[in-house]
Design a protein around this ligand. Structure first.
Ligand SMILES: [Mg+2]
Length: 386
């Protein structure tokens, strides 16, 4: 049997752990610009606030709600202690996302696990146990909030197919042309038909829904194809210094991530989003590297090529064709020794992230002064999803 743990409205619950006065009242968690509701408590959901809604609309719908900025560093602390509890119960645990884990449920009492997470971490979770991952996830979703159940094949036959993770709108349109609308329709459909419509991936879901596990629990994360760092640049800007500040910041975050995974790259891309349209460019590096001494100049060069004075809304820096340190091909050129990065790491480990950072980031000092920017969801390492 496979279990799936999923925290109930995780970000809102996490805020309630440190601010107990938020319990029982509508809580909305805002994105890093404080503009949009990215998560909400059940009370706020009941008031009609939608995820992604701008704050000025949300306060009209739910004026008595409390709105707080997201803080992924805190969410990671709670996420790791959730993981610790799950590992006490099961020897095989997959850290799927910041608030979801799959585990080998053989001999595990899920009710006891749920209670232990609540008392020790303070976060309510829903747990589903079933014969496959797909069924376990359906089970935990179906019984939210604070549900806990052991389910059998057929228990979710009434639900629409779109409730199945991996079946999005496009697939559901293909299926409905063959009168497949519910989980039950899908599970009882002809397997070969499912394969024709949704390829091998869809057939995998068919097996899983019929109780045959296809996707195992993965303890270690498969190697990334690429790593990207970036996102919104705060308020949209056409200030060259600010944008260069963001280039430097995103490269520093990328270097951190690559060091953590022991990766080097030979290909660097930059993605810029403007109010209308976007641009992306790629450059090949002279040797594989994870050092900011090589990555930062390359990223800046790309920026100069791609930016033509327009206001930028988002920026991403992507390291492609990753290799693990030591396995890369030798180059004619000596790779740069990342001395500067090592110095930054040594100091920052002791005194806090970004204590020593590129002088170019001084142009976006306001961002470093705002704690909500200190951490991003993709800075949480070791998850198997995303
Ligand atoms: Mg959740």
């Amino acid at each position: 049997m496979i279990g799936h743990v999923d925290a109930d409205c995780f970000y809102a619950s996490a805020e309630r752990v440190r601010y107990p006065s938020l319990r029982g009242i509508p809580v909305g968690v805002l994105g890093n610009q404080g503009a949009c509701v990215i998560a909400k408590s059940y009370e706020m959901k009941a008031a009609g606030v939608k995820t992604g809604q701008p704050i000025w609309e949300a306060v009209k719908v739910c004026p008595h709600g409390v709105y707080v900025k997201r803080d992924f560093r805190w969410y990671e602390v709670l996420s790791r202690s959730m993981l610790d509890v799950v590992r006490e119960f099961s020897p095989t645990v997959e850290y799927y996302s910041i608030d979801e884990m799959f585990f080998d449920a053989t001999g595990v009492d899920p009710w006891s696990m749920q209670k232990t997470i609540l008392t020790r971490v303070g976060v309510p979770v829903s747990i589903g146990v079933a014969a496959s991952r797909t069924l376990a996830k359906l089970a935990s979703d179906a019984r939210k909030p604070f549900g806990c159940s052991v389910s059998a094949v057929g228990d979710f036959d009434e639900l629409p197919v779109t409730e199945i993770t991996g079946i999005a709108l496009r697939s559901s349109i293909k299926l409905s042309a063959h009168d497949i609308r519910t989980v039950g329709d899908f599970r009882q459909a002809d397997r070969q038909l499912v394969n024709r419509l949704l390829t091998k991936v869809g057939e995998g879901l068919w097996w899983e829904l019929n109780g045959t596990p296809i996707t195992p629990i993965t303890i270690s994360r498969p190697m990334h194809k690429r790593i990207a760092r970036g996102g919104s640049v705060g308020r949209t800007t056409d200030d060259r210094d600010r944008l260069m500040g963001w280039v430097a910041r995103n490269v520093e975050r990328l270097v951190e991530a690559m060091f953590w995974h022991r990766y080097v790259t030979r290909k660097l891309s930059l993605w810029l989003s403007f109010k209308t349209g976007g641009w992306s460019g790629q450059t090949a590096l002279i040797s594989s590297t994870g050092a900011s001494e090589m990555l930062l100049p390359a990223a800046k060069e790309l920026f100069v090529i791609g930016w033509r004075g327009q206001p930028v809304t988002h920026m991403h820096i992507v390291a492609d064709e990753l290799q693990v340190i030591g396995s890369q091909q030798r180059s004619l050129f000596e790779p740069v020794k990342p001395e500067l990065d090592e110095l930054k790491r040594t100091v920052n480990e002791k005194l806090g992230r970004f204590t020593v950072r590129s002088a170019e980031t001084l142009a976006i000092n306001d961002i470093y002064g705002d704690e909500a920017y200190g951490y991003d969801i993709c800075d949480v390492y070791g998850k198997s999803c995303f």
